[in-house]
Design a protein around this ligand. Structure first.
Ligand code: SF4
Ligand code: SF4
Length: 396
């Protein structure tokens, strides 16, 4: 198995948008079934924790990349035995699953891929590496920089060499090209789904759109359901009532599976999240890898290096992307979510607020929180006040 598009028959049973949405309500179970079958069939499982990890190389090595990011408060106490409590909940939850040995994907992983992104994650990986096979990619953090680009390309080459020797699989250019095509297909389909939210009457809530994201990319059944959803959602009956809701652009940290509480509050309080700019939304979907490039590894390296995460400096591309998304999705307001102790997104919120308030002329709200529900009521009050401001501006 050398690519991600040739496993498993597409599910032909689903015929309506509701059937396809129901399929994704079992996302973890679907992924577990797939990964278990792949593993018993001899395919390695590789755990990943960041959108900088080039999945194409893992697929081209015949392995299955699985996202291991933790979104559950329940695993945090176990993590705090080793990690400081004032650390990002995403890092703590992920590590807590490791301590408890309670994430089946982590338990079946033959390898974990780490990157030098934020300090907390980088140091947590050192603890993980004490007992689990871990490979570190060194991500340069100067954006759009010729030296950085060269260094990252070397890192991508080293990663390919490591995968070949560790997994004892050959990575060929042909395999890379198949993986690039499959990942691009998934990106195109997910961009198509996100674009449906540009409508005046979006067919999904933001939470429903998020639920379509899978922990394993390119599952054939998922791709088939994406195609069906794009065809059927515009005619969906029972769309969310957009007329009375504030259109929200959500930016900031990723909202990983299990950590949807703030999005729930935003939508339960009268908002409709029409655009998610973060890593669990559009950020990793905006650029494809050039399928026609003569050197597929260089094309992969360039595409990943361009990702506009706050660990990059300066990260002006994020502001450019926000300008474009605001024009396309026409939000009434912008909400920035920051996981507690996430310094890079927290500091960068200065630029985002300035852009939103002074240039886009929209109300902005920064929510800093963790996975505990203790501040839910306070967040709801602040979100409702934001919608009041947005409404007052629209009639003013
Ligand atoms: S926000 Fe940055 S560090 Fe986190 S997953 Fe995305 S790219 Fe990686
Ligand atoms: S949310 Fe921030 S602190 Fe947490 S893992 Fe991502 S970049 Fe690091």
């Amino acid at each position: 198995m050398t690519d991600c598009s040739s496993t498993g028959p597409p599910n032909s049973g689903a015929s309506s948008a509701e059937d396809s949405l129901a399929w994704f309500s079992h996302m973890i179970g679907n992924c577990l079934e797939y990964a278990t079958a792949a593993k018993s069939g001899g395919r390695p499982v590789v755990g990943i924790m960041c959108e900088y990890c080039p999945r194409e190389l893992i697929f081209a090595a015949g392995a299955v990349p699985v996202c291991l990011c933790g979104g559950h408060a329940s695993t945090i106490p176990a993590a705090e035995r080793d990690l400081p409590s004032n650390l990002c909940p995403l890092i703590k939850s992920t590590y807590g699953f490791h301590v408890q040995r309670s994430n089946p994907f982590l338990e079946m992983a033959d390898l974990i891929v780490a990157e030098t992104t934020c300090d907390g994650k980088k140091k947590m990986f050192e603890l993980l590496a004490e007992s689990r096979p871990t490979y570190l990619m060194e991500l340069p953090q100067r954006a759009n920089d010729a030296h950085g680009r060269r260094h990252w390309l070397r890192e991508v080459h080293r990663f390919r060499d490591f995968l070949q020797s560790h997994l004892r699989m050959e990575i060929t250019d042909a395999g890379l090209r198949r993986a690039i095509a499959a990942m691009n297909q998934e990106r195109r389909l997910r961009r198509g789904l996100a674009a449906l939210m540009q409508s005046d009457a979006p067919p999904l809530t933001g939470l429903e759109l998020l639920s379509l994201k899978s922990s394993i990319s390119c599952l054939p059944d998922d791709l088939a359901h994406y195609e069906r959803l794009i065809a059927t959602l515009p005619e969906r009956t029972g769309k969310p009532d957009a007329s009375s809701r504030a259109r929200v652009l959500l930016t900031g940290v990723p909202v990983v599976h299990g950590a949807e509480r703030v999005m729930q509050i935003i939508e339960d309080s009268g908002g409709l999240i029409v655009c998610q700019e973060n890593c669990t939304g559009l950020k990793p979907l905006l650029d494809d890898v050039d399928e026609m490039a003569p050197d597929p590894l260089l094309a992969i390296a360039d595409r990943y290096y361009a990702l506009h995460c706050s660990v990059m400096t300066p990260n002006t591309r994020r502001l450019d992307v926000l300008r474009e998304l605001a024009a396309d999705y026409r939000p009434d307001c912008v909400i920035e979510l920051i996981w507690q102790s996430c310094l890079t997104y927290d500091v960068e919120s200065f630029f985002v607020r300035r852009l939103v308030e002074e240039e886009l002329g929209l109300p902005y709200l920064r929510i800093e929180t963790d996975y505990s529900p203790s501040d839910s009521e306070r967040i709801a009050v602040r979100v409702q006040a934001l919608y009041e401001t947005a409404r007052a501006r629209s009639v003013g």
